[in-house]
Design a protein around this ligand. Sequence first.
Ligand code: PGA
Length: 251
Amino acid sequence: MQRKALIAANWKMHTTSASARKLAEDVAKTWNGGEDREVLLAPPFTVLKEVASALAGTDIILAGQNVCWEEQGAYTGEISPTMLKDSGATAAIIGHSERRQLFGEDDAMINKRLRGALAFDLLPILCCGETLTERENGKTFNVLETQIRQALADVAQADIASVVIAYEPVWAIGTGKTATTEQAQEAHGFLRRLIEKLYKKNIAEQMRILYGGSVKPANVDELMQQTDIDGALVGGAALDAESFGRIINFS
Ligand code: PGA
């Protein structure tokens, strides 16, 4: 089964209006297009509209870096699915390890966010991944299984195939340490078999699983050659249009 690759940029807490516009325009200039791949940018909420306008006329997808499950209400500091859509986004990152580790988001909350995104037709990019201690203690697969089972709890079977999973080993994020292609493929293979076990083989085969953690021009081609790696979630290297341009046009 041929899955369309997805290369996603997570700009994290970087850029203001002018720099965001420039970066989005520069990325759009480097994008050669392609039937076999999609590109997505997740800038900070404050510049979504700016980036939406810079991307007008391109097929680059716009995403929020998080999303609340409610449409409106007393949720100080949150952003609703409707607000994201109003700003031009059609996707949202959910459960990033920085949200889990620095802001205390747990699997139950991530499940609510994911179901909220699906209810409002936002494409969810669900992040999972183990810490270095968990890996060293041989707990990688247990951690991934718990995170995925809990995040996908009560998600309708019909919706599962439209969820994108991003495997991001916490120890490889922003550290310059990439998982080896073997480590990444092993985790991706495990995740695909888990989806098959929880749902159906055809759903598992359709599901896109991205790798994230120090993806850069020098390692993207090899990562993308792995059977179960369907794309990348890129942080640091996505803040430079030339690097990200090289990544989205991987061979
Ligand atoms: P990095 O971040 O590419 O800077 O390691 C990836 C991410 O956190 O999504």
